[in-house]
Design a protein around this ligand. Structure first.
Ligand code: 13P
Ligand code: SF4
Length: 395
């Protein structure tokens, strides 16, 4: 992210600068909290005109981590779970424009009809966590579980942040997809199907859910490193484990530290720390509340006026929450942690370009999942959609 100087900083920028006046120099870099404004002001009018021209033929989904300029045009905003449901519930929309990242658009394509096109405004909007597991590695890992004699009693559970091929692997092997909203429910379901879970690709969501919500111990969890022979584990370790966690993480949430939680508590004694479960276990242990983006939003919405919050999730969402709730003191858990760079690839120029292409009859940047992959990935996604609704939260 490029830092820039803003003549009159927004309330959040002031908050951020105030919060970290000393720690910024300690780590050398600060994220100022604002993205540069769109350089071409006619873009807003062009987006309005293109959207109006398309009418009900287009439905725009916006993930909570998207930029304000994109969220302004979303028909619905949500976390990855809500957006998957919303995509599945729009059979009449010819075009689903997905303002999120690649794996989310793939899931939308799997859950929508063949007659619908899912458009990702920038094809480079990926997810570094999803990139930490590829299907060849997962197939190799399964062979390791077969050799250890535990594949038959292991149920794969894959986080939404994974490729369609890994979702298909999961469906084919009797497992389910989960999101941060329903990880506990998904694990409860999985442990009724088998004795062990292979959780991919986010080790932190898997560990946090197993230990803090399912009552397992850290000793029940092992980390499978796909870059090491046998995952870096002995056969005995694999046989003893209940949770086999893939060695993946989010590069944004992984940067929040327990020290930052201590610092903010020292500065603001009555602060409540609210973090996403992709944060490390050490951070989550020190937080007051942990939950998905939807949970974070609803917690702040129902918080009493005057309450103080430090939030550990992507900055676009935290900025919007701070601006939407001026009666509450909302700050970022660590102002050296910036936006999700891949989410932020979707900006107003890319959105306008996609919408204007559609108006002109040019359907570009379409995400199409191979039909063979679609079948089993759909099985895994539908297993997830059938799980009882839940919003993950841990005190
Ligand atoms: P949600 O499941 O809360 O939408 O999070 C998705 C994500 O990518 C978080 O980093
Ligand atoms: Fe992926 Fe992390 Fe960005 Fe979410 S915030 S899309 S997990 S890199």
């Amino acid at each position: 992210m490029t830092a820039f100087t803003e003549p009159s900083p927004t309330p959040l920028a002031l908050l951020l600068l105030g919060q970290n006046s000393d720690s910024g120099s300690e780590r050398g870099v600060e994220c100022p909290g604002d993205l540069p404004p769109a350089s071409d002001h006619s873009l807003v009018e062009r987006a309005i005109a293109a959207k109006a021209a398309l009418g009900n033929r287009v439905f725009i989904l916006g993930h909570h981590y998207q930029r304000d300029e994109v969220i302004a045009f979303a028909d619905v905003t949500g976390d990855s779970f809500k957006l998957a449901r919303e995509a599945a519930a729009r059979p009449d929309a010819e075009y689903i424009v997905f303002c999120g990242v690649h794996f989310m658009a793939e899931s939308a394509d799997i859950l929508t009809a063949d007659t619908q096109s899912v458009v990702l405004p920038d094809l480079d909007a990926g997810c570094s966590m999803a990139d930490m597991a590829n299907i060849a590695q997962v197939e190799d890992a399964w062979d390791v579980l077969i050799d250890a004699g535990i594949a038959d009693i292991t149920v794969p559970v894959t986080y939404m942040n994974s490729t369609a091929a890994i979702k298909a692997f999961t469906g084919r092997h009797g497992g389910t997809v989960c999101t941060s909203s329903n990880a506990k429910t998904a694990l409860e379901w999985a442990f009724k199907q088998g004795q062990k879970v292979l959780f991919m690709p986010d080790q932190h969501l898997g560990r946090n859910t197993a230990v803090l919500e399912m009552g397992m111990s850290l000793d029940d969890c092992v980390v499978f490193n796909p870059h090491k022979p046998n995952g870096g584990l002995t056969t005995a370790q694999l046989q003893d484990a209940r949770m086999i966690l893939w060695r993946g993480h989010c590069s944004v949430h992984g940067r929040f530290t327990p020290q930052k939680v201590d610092e903010i508590r020292e500065k603001v004694p009555d602060v409540k720390v609210l973090v996403h479960p992709e944060c490390t276990h050490e951070v989550v242990l020190k937080a007051d509340l942990v939950g998905s983006t939807e949970f974070i939003i609803s917690t702040i919405a129902s918080a009493p006026p005057g309450s103080s919050w430090a939030i550990g999730t992507e900055l676009n969402l935290v900025r919007r929450l701070a601006l939407a709730h001026p009666d509450k003191a909302i700050t970022y858990l660590d102002s050296t942690v910036c936006y999700c760079s891949t989410m932020n690839r979707i900006d107003l120029p890319h959105l306008v370009s996609s919408l204007e292409d559609l108006v002109a009859g040019k359907v570009r940047n379409v995400i199409t999942v191979d039909p063979q992959v679609t079948h089993w990935a759909q099985v895994a996604l539908e297993r997830m959609l059938e799980l009882p609704a839940a919003v993950a939260a841990t005190d």
